[in-house]
Each structure stands twice: as structure tokens, then as C-alpha cells.
Design a binder for this molecule. Sequence first.
Ligand code: SAM
Ligand code: SF4
Length: 472
Amino acid sequence: MAKIIESKVIDTSVSTELEACENIAHIHEKNGRIGENAPKFFVQTFGCQQNEADSERLAGLCCAMGYEKASSPEEAELILVNTCAVREHAEKKALSIIGQYKHIKDKNPAVVIGVGGCMVTQKSRADKLKMSYPYVSFTFDTAAIHTVPSLVLNALRGGSRKFILSDEWKINEGVPIHRESKHMAWLSIMYGCNNFCSYCIVPYTRGRERSRSADSIVEEAKMLIADGAKDITLLGQNVNSYNGGDGVDIAELMHRICALPGDFRLRFMTSHPKDASDRLIEAMATEEKIVRHFHLPVQSGSDRILKLMNRKYDTSAYLEKIAKLREAVPDVSITSDIIVGFPGETEEDFEGTLDILSKVRYDMIFSFIYSPRSGTPAASMEDQIPHEVSTARFERMLALQNKISDERNERFLGRTVRVLVEDTSKSNSGMLTGRGDAVRPIHFAGDRSMIGEFVNVKITRATTFCLEGEII
Ligand code: SAM
Ligand code: SF4
């Protein structure tokens, strides 16, 4: 397990919370709850990479409060749920899991349950939890992760339930991080989003864009590398608008991180096509450590729908960016997010999406059926598409993309790829799995002791969803 990363820069708001951590750890100690007897925590995560990164901060705070990691919610005395709100399905799933925690609280009333993330950053959902889930002690919004220790301390002291929306969209440096993996690391470089795509809840649940200082990020990257990280992903909703001050953009930031000594590679996500800059493309073309993978979500292949989505680019501008990227980085792996069934999407609009898949020939896509999000402009647009129509289009799109992915993956046959061994394969524990520059997982035989190391793998088989090979 990776060490707990503790930042050198600690904002005042965070140092107050670290004092609360010490108070809680002291209470546990006084009750003899240390070492093998220490109380346990469980963090349940839904949603995107940003949430996974946030959950590593929650785990860091739990450790600072004297809790040890539990392997199931049943053995935990502190349960934190980090929710997602991007699609209705994610909210329903979170509410269902939170519902199941009632029996844990019934068995042991001392258990503290808190809920955070995008779902509860919407007042209506926080109110729902307050009214209908009486065993939930508190909620915390996406900008208030650092306040969890005070909320836990209040709950342990028998204080009233807290359902606060802070609305303070600040960066809080210095929250300890308990990383899930030693060799792969998330590194948040900015928070929030200013784009207001008409379907998306994120700008409302994560606030306006704010960038961390380049120095703090480079310092964290240094600590991650010293701790054994070999694959670092820079995270933000739109990393292309990163602004670290003094003219430091995402390209400059990546140059600075690449200049750090060590054998590691660097990824970034996500880029908005309207902001994907020539400087970023050039950085990818020139820096060895940057992985040749560009996630550039197009969302739709219809100019009319892109306008309704408020995406601020059209298909020809998007295709121009792709051409530039392929010219600069010829073997780049390109992936995309696509939404099917946006309000008013006609058969012709949908054909446009199929057409852009055929033109770009993505390595892989992440596809979603449009889900209305209350409070976003698209949710009240006329002509919502019936679910059967969206589902049928979704299936057609997947069939086309699977064929393209199949063909794209074949280009790796016979090549030798440098792979970071990430883990054992989920489907066959006798095999190892990792990734090269492409996003597809690569499976190969090998010893578990290689996990976290770079190896050279010759690709012998390509399928739609993965590659297979042998270590040479
Ligand atoms: N910031 C990133 C971007 O602009 O590409 C992605 C953020 S969002 C969490 C991830 C993806 O979820 C989006 O790219 C979009 O395809 C999808 N998404 C967002 N809102 C959605 C909605 N209401 N229904 C279906 N899919 C949605
Ligand atoms: Fe949502 Fe658009 Fe912002 Fe991405 S860029 S988070 S899709 S509003």
C-alpha cells in the first residue's frame, strides 16, 4: 500500500480540520482503540476519476482520525459515501446502497454514516437524505471534503445532524491522501467547470473553475514519484483551461512534471475540444513521458445538436483538431464520450454521430444514453427522446464502434509495447494486466512480483476489448 501523501502547503481551513483529526484520534486512543483494536472506516465511491481522487482524500482524513481501512462496510464504524449525479442511474444506485446501510446502523448505533459528492451538493438531494434517511449523520458537498473531521467529531459527541451546503468554491491545500495504488496515481490539477454544457450537472455540483498552483502540483508529483508512482494522471473537468498563473498552462505544467527525474509516464483528462491547444499537442509530440492517448469527447456528430448542447465547436472544427493531432502524433490513441438521445435528436442527427465515428476511428468510446438532470437547460427542452429510440440508437452505435475498435486494435499485432504491470487480470488471476500507450488493457502471463514494473510485451492477439501478448 502506498504511503499517506502529506502536502507541504497546508491552508488554514485544512489545519483546523487536522486538529479535529488529532482530537478524534485522541478519543480513540483514550478508549484503547488503537493498533489491532482501532476502529475501521469504509469509503464507498461512485462516478468519475475526480470522485476516486476525492475518495483518496477522504481515506487520508480517516487515517488521520485514527481509523483503519475496513474491507467491507459491515466491519466499519465510519462509513463515507462519495456520490455521483451525472446520470439518474448513478443517483439511484447511491440511494439504494445508502438504504442498505440502515441495517448496519440498526446493529450498531455508534456507527457514523456521512454522504458527500455531487448528489448531495444539490440541495433537494441533501434535503431528501435529511428527511428520509435518519441514520445519516451528515452530508458534505464537493468543496467541503476537508470538513469531514469536524462533522465526524460532532457526530461522535452526539451533536445534531448536519446538512450544510458550503457554497465556498475554494481550493483547500494540504488534505492528506491515502492512495489506493502505489504505482498509479490521480493528481487533481483543477476543480470545477465553466462550460455549462446544457445537459450537464457538473458546473452546478463542482462550482466554477479553479486551478491549483503549478508549484503545489509539481511538488505533489515529486512526492508521488518518490513514493513509487509510475503512471500519473492529471485530472480536471477541462484540463485545457488550466491556469497556474504567470502564464503556466497545461502544456507548461506537463513540461515541468516531465522534467522531474524518474521512470514514470504522464496522462491527462479531460480535454474540451474548444480548448485543446496546439501547445498541448506539441507537448505530447515531444515529451517521451506523456502517454500517446488523447481523450477528446465529441458528444455528438450533429452540428445542430452540438449547438443545443452548448459545446461551442462544430464537427469541422473538431475534425480539424483530430487531423492536427494525428499529424503531430501519428500513432496516437483517441477516445471520446458520446451522448445518444439528446432532446430533439433526429435520425439524421444520429447518422451524423455514426459518421463522425467512422471518420475519426476512435480506439474506444464511452457512450451514454442522455439522462435528464433537473436544473440543467436540456432537462426542460421539448422533444425528449423515448427510451426505446435512444436504446436502439445506442446499440447501433456500439455495433459500429466495436467493429472500428477491432480494426484499430489489430495495428498492435506483432508490435512490442512497453507496459506498466497494473494488476492481475480480473477474468483470469493467473494472468497479469497493464496498459501501454493505447487505452486497451493488455493481458499476459507473468509473476505477481512484476506488478508496478514496466515490462516489454509482444502483442500476439487483438480482440475488440483487449490485447494479449507475451513478455519478451
Ligand atoms: N468534463 C468532461 C468533458 O467535458 O468531457 C466530462 C465530464 S462528465 C462527468 C463525463 C461524461 O458524462 C460527459 O462527457 C458526457 O458524455 C456524460 N454526461 C454528462 N452529463 C450527461 C447526461 N445528462 N446524460 C448522459 N450523459 C452525460
Ligand atoms: Fe460537464 Fe461540459 Fe463541464 Fe464536461 S465541459 S464537466 S460535460 S459542463
